[in-house]
Each structure stands twice: as C-alpha cells, then as structure tokens.
Design a protein around this ligand. Sequence first.
Ligand code: UDP
Ligand code: MG
Length: 241
Amino acid sequence: MWRRAVSVSHFTFAHKSIAHNKDVCKLKFWETFTTETPMKEKGTFQRDKTPFITFVLGGPGSGKGTQCMKIVENFGFTHLSAGDLLRREIASNSADGTMILNTIKEGKIVPSELTVRLIQKEMESSDNYKFLIDGFPRSEENRIAFEQIMGVEPDVVLFFDCPEDEMVKRVLNRNQGRVDDNIVTIKKRLKVFDALNLPVVKYYMEKGKLYKIRAVGSVDEIYKQVYPVFASLNFEQQVRE
Ligand code: UDP
Ligand code: MG
C-alpha cells in the first residue's frame, strides 16, 4: 500500500467563502436528472499506488479544459474530461449512447454510476497516478457515487469561478460543434450548475480542499493562479506504508 507524504495543508492559498446556494431549491428533481441507475456494487480503485486526484470544477466555459492542458504540460497529470468520456460513448454507439446524447442536449446530468465507471476504467488502465478529473462531480450525488465506487477522495479541488455572461460568451464563440453549445442549452446548463454543482464546491471548501481561481482574464493570467497550487507539492515524495 502506497501513501503520499505530501499534504494539502502545505498549501499557502486562502480560499474565499462561497455564499450558500439559494437556487438549489428552485429546480425540481426531474429537471436535473434522467433516470438514475441504482448502485450495483461497491468497489475500490484497483491500483497499487494511491492516485493523486484533482477534481476540476467550474461552469460551462469557465476554462477547465484549457487550464487542464497547461497543468498536464507542467505537472504530468493525465487529463480525464468526464464530458469527453461521455461524448466518446455517444460516438462509439454504445448501448447508453442515445440516453447520454439526450441528457447532454438537455443540459442534465448523466446517471452517476455510468460516469464513474467510465472514469474508473480510464484510471485503472492508466500507468499514471496523477489525474485531473475535469467537469466532475457535477452534483452531490455524483460525488457520493465516486467515493462509494472508487473508495477514494480527491486531494485537490480547483474551482474556476467565472461570471455567467463571460461563460456564455466563451461557449457561444468556441465553435467546437457541440450539441449543447447553444443559448437554450447553455441556460439550462447554468441552472443545473448553480443548483447542483455549487453545493459540491461548498462541500470541498468546508473540507479545506478547495482552491478558488478567479477565471477571468487571459489564459496565462488565470494559469498564474493555478500553477502555485501544484508547484507547492512534491510529487516524488512517495513512501511505503
Ligand atoms: N456531463 C454529465 N456528467 C459529467 C460530465 C458531463 O452528465 O460528469 C454532461 C452534462 O450534460 C454536461 C455535458 O456533459 O452539460 C457537457 O459537459 P462538459 O464538462 O464537457 O462541458 P462544460 O460544462 O465543461 O462546458
Ligand atoms: Mg470541458
């Protein structure tokens, strides 16, 4: 069993408080989820070395993917975008493809177990132990499913905090041919983000794992806030328990 010698308490960053999310009650259950698959079995992450997990959170267009590419370059993480894994399922005509496509078009959240299993498969088949999990968990239910299925928690959580009008502008201008990058779906995604993702942000803030990044300005300006989070860690310090 491997254990990390690094500790998140070594970080020098201070996080700002995030106001209690008042919008959480505005959504009805059916507005946010498709049919939930029941948990089949509990499991654990099947690897020798304890992974170093970073969750990368933020609204649509907050710059998660762009900043992840820079973190990969500098710190050797493996980047797993939950949205990309789901889009890959659609493209591969998997049994769940149609359901995933319809869920994404509506800006809703795909059943947790499905997403966690996709992430699990990627993590377990990777040679790396450092993972950036981008765009997940999107809800408390997602978070709990990850913890239950994987039996691990994130070490660091980045939150890209960006004003809504800026996020809308970026998504409408990114031209990636995505079915959900239109104004109608963006509005729905923002509503789901406020109601379901912000409670996850608050949860990790209270656990002392959250690093809030002010996600406005140029890519490099934003990265100046991200870089020190990882630079302060010594990833080579792995010790056997
Ligand atoms: N999605 C999901 N669960 C996830 C990640 C993504 O259901 O864990 C779906 C959801 O419908 C979301 C869409 O995939 O709106 C696109 O997610 P992505 O992270 O690619 O987009 P972003 O919101 O970051 O622009
Ligand atoms: Mg993305």
